[in-house]
Design a binder for this molecule. Structure first.
Ligand code: MG
Length: 155
């Protein structure tokens, strides 16, 4: 068994869609990034790559590469799933937390879990995506950005 962790932050900005776990969440701002800036999927990919000692998403999907501009991070996650398969790993479970002051994310969590599970070909009970605020403190509290953490177990 191997464990991996991932962490990511993206800045909130006007004029972008807010994509979290492959779900377009209605909000007045979105996350800035080269891809769709899906911060929780990025954290999950880094956890998976980390557990497999396969580097990080910056290495696999450089943000200088035009082919990844605006790309759905769920597609990148599928690619990471295939890489894990090629290296003989199966996923035990994934646990992730989104850290955002707003919007309320609870209604979207089941759809996020389904998107992640489907992309990786695993069951929904192997994926947990939670959400928390930081009580108005720090950059997430000031709604300057959204952070995400993920941990995973590979078998
Ligand atoms: Mg990122």
């Amino acid at each position: 068994m191997r464990i991996g962790m991932g962490y990511d932050v993206h800045r909130l900005t006007e004029g972008r869609d807010l994509i979290l776990g492959g779900v377009s969440v209605p909000f007045e701002k979105g996350l800035l990034g080269h891809s769709d800036a899906d911060v929780v999927v990025h954290a999950i990919m880094d956890a998976l790559l980390g557990a497999a000692a396969l580097g990080d998403i910056g290495q696999h999907f450089p943000d200088t590469d035009p082919q990844y501009k605006g790309i759905s991070s769920i597609l990148l996650l599928k690619h990471v799933g295939m890489l894990l398969q090629e290296h003989g790993f199966t996923i035990g479970n994934i646990d992730a937390t989104i850290i955002a002051q707003r919007p309320k994310l609870a209604p979207y969590r089941p759809a996020m879990v389904k998107n992640v599970a489907d992309a990786l070909g695993i069951s929904e009970d192997q994926v947990c995506i939670k959400a928390t605020t930081e009580e108005g403190l720090g950059f997430t509290g000031r709604q300057e950005g959204i952070a995400a953490q993920a941990i995973t177990l590979l078998v």
